[in-house]
Design a protein around this ligand. Structure first.
Ligand code: PMT
Length: 329
């Protein structure tokens, strides 16, 4: 008798100790990183924003690449290609329904919603000093009016937060998820940022600018996959979407499925570096669905179709969550 109850308890204890180990490892990783000075100010802004949007669902969109400093007094850093197109364009399409408030966590100086349409804006403006007036060229006027109107209409539904380094990104993401956890299935995470997988631990990092008096060899450690604690502990009831980028089309699906198995979230959006602007595959545990647009279309952006699709999936997810909760009662 005593033996059989021991047998039942052992796996539970083992499971609990592996959870504690995992959380401990993540905590230790965070402890060695520098916390952003404005972390609690960001948390308070986000808290107020969520309170003002209680009648809406919330989507946290991450966007752009993280930098990895090579020196504490940073002159040099490692970066990646991400321009923030996917994230910034997606924000605008979430506003096509009145149902979402958007927290946009993006790399400083990467593309932003609305302003992304006007790269060469200054060359389309003319200043007339005699009347102290600024004139907009007729070429861009209709589009400018359209975008400014949408921007004004949605301003209370958008909160913009910036990061630059990997550690800023990770700290802010953790803080925001802690804040979003109580909103359960009404929260969607749309993790389009290109987060570095490698970093130099602060203890191994040069303090000052590395001298250029010979070849340089750097050693990077692996960044723990933050998706794991995020899905398991930080926002266990949220609808989490990760993105998967590869440069080889042949391994893309396999890698996306691997991520789903490993992290247990709902959806991976797989894209290949060179075709990402017109083709993606939405991968779940049961199926995959391709979304493709004409590469020459300058009318349609693929993010419009991606966002419409994930909104439908989120609605189903919320319904299922509600059903499961009512069954539990
Ligand atoms: O910004 P654009 O130029 O428009 O490009 C958009 C994009 C190609 C960057 C975007 O569509 C995309 O694919 N983003 C994710 C790219 C990526 O970093 O993939 P990954 O395999 O390294 O990471 C997969 C997922 O794990 C990501 O959702 C990431 O948020 C997450 N991750 C990554 C590293 C890490 N240490 N912890 C994580 O949780």
């Amino acid at each position: 008798m005593a033996n059989s109850s021991n047998n039942n308890v052992k796996p539970i204890l083992q499971q609990q100790s592996s959870i504690i180990d995992e959380l401990d490892k993540i905590e230790k990783f965070f402890q060695q990183l520098q916390k952003p000075k404005n972390l609690y100010e960001i948390r308070d802004r986000a808290h107020r924003f969520c309170q003002q949007n209680l009648d809406r669902k919330i989507v946290l969109i991450t966007s752009g690449g993280t930098t990895v400093p090579m020196e504490h007094n940073t002159v040099r850093f490692i970066d990646n290609f991400s321009a923030g197109t996917r994230g910034s364009a997606s924000v605008e399409y979430f506003f096509d329904t009145n149902k979402y408030a958007v927290i946009f966590l993006y790399r400083q100086k990467s593309l932003e919603p609305f302003s992304r349409h006007f790269d060469g804006l200054l060359s389309n403006l003319k200043y007339d000093p005699t009347n102290d007036r600024i004139e907009v060229s007729e070429k861009i006027r209709p589009k400018l009016v359209q975008i400014l109107t949408k921007m004004n209409e949605t301003s209370n539904r958008l909160l913009k937060i910036t990061f630059t380094t990997l550690s800023e990104y990770l700290f802010i993401l953790r803080e925001l998820t802690a804040l979003l956890k109580p909103y359960e299935s009404r929260v969607m995470l749309y993790l389009a940022a290109a987060v570095s997988d490698f970093y130099i631990p602060p203890d191994n990092m040069a303090v000052h600018k590395i001298h250029s008096n010979g070849p340089l060899r750097l050693h990077f450690e692996m960044v723990p996959k933050i998706l794991r604690p995020l899905v398991k502990f930080w926002v266990p009831d949220a609808f989490v979407i990760s993105f998967k980028l590869e440069t080889e089309a042949e391994i893309l699906l396999e890698k996306a499925r691997e991520a789903l198995n490993r992290y247990g979230h709902k959806l991976v959006i797989a894209n290949e570096l060179n075709t990402r602007k017109w083709k993606v595959i939405l991968v779940t545990a049961d199926e995959s669905e391709e979304i493709e647009i004409d590469p020459n279309s300058n009318q349609l952006e693929i993010e419009q179709l991606i966002v419409a699709n994930v909104i439908r999936r989120h609605e189903k997810f919320i319904d299922n969550h509600r059903e499961q909760n009512s069954l539990k009662k």
